[in-house]
Design a protein around this ligand. Sequence first.
Ligand code: ATP
Length: 292
Amino acid sequence: MKQIRLKAMAKVNLGLDVVGKREDGYHEVRMIMQTVNLYDKIFISVSEKPGIRLKTNLNFLPVNENNLIYKAAKLLMDEFEIKEGVDIQLQKFIPVAAGMAGGSTDAATTLIGMNHLFDLGLSRRQLMERSVKLGADVPYCVTGGTALSEGIGEILTRLPDVPRGYVLVAKPGISVSTKFVYTNLKLDQLEKHPDIDAQIEAIRRQDFVQMARLMGNVLETVTIPEYPVVQEIKDFMMDCGAVNAMMSGSGPTVFGLYTNQIQAEKACERLRDAGLAKMVFLTTFVGQNPYA
Ligand code: ATP
């Protein structure tokens, strides 16, 4: 039986700027995307029985065509007229609706898995072209690593790997709708934009501290007033010695960057004890996806 096991990696945004709004309502962004070592596990096996069957450990997630994994599998099965079926198991570890691209990375990883399993022969670029139909962040998730994301998220420029450091991730016990945040963003009233170009320069110079100091996310102007716990977690991480701490994507996940492992471990312990967040873990940055 043909089968494949894959890791679908989460991301954080080291910088997130919104630079305009298109007539079709989509926002134009400039974001620095970075893979972190936190992942869902996806297991796909080929079956003689036609169709897509999906199972997951989280009972509140859809397992029908509303799941991005289902959509990704169907996209390639339709295009390549695959007559066999697939059984897919998703073990979810990435927080859901949290600003870590959980659904997008599952979709991207399913495309990669299907490409291997059915010998479709699609290149990385060809997978990325198809993946944008599933969501703006999906093309980035096909390759992962460090990248500048522009347009509505589909224009990607690869950047050098970021310097080594420790990433403390905390997700409070609330979910935030990405749509809500973008709808309520007052673009013309933004007082500050992050300097994405300077941050890219810091990455090129492998200057971890400067890269961290330049972090900024304009979506915090919407999410933090609505959910003050996001600011509380940021402050807590800073008090525990983070070089900087910021919300990822539309939130509510917050991450703090540390240069020192022991300090990061202590911060992790203290944050868990404080009870501000439902999920707290210490992780690291990861480079490009070797399978894409
Ligand atoms: P982003 O960082 O790209 O904004 P997110 O973390 O805000 O992503 P997701 O975790 O991708 O959001 O989930 C958003 C919604 O998508 C969920 O409410 C869920 O019902 C739906 N969804 C569909 N497929 C999946 C999947 N495979 N994993 C998680 N959520 C999924």
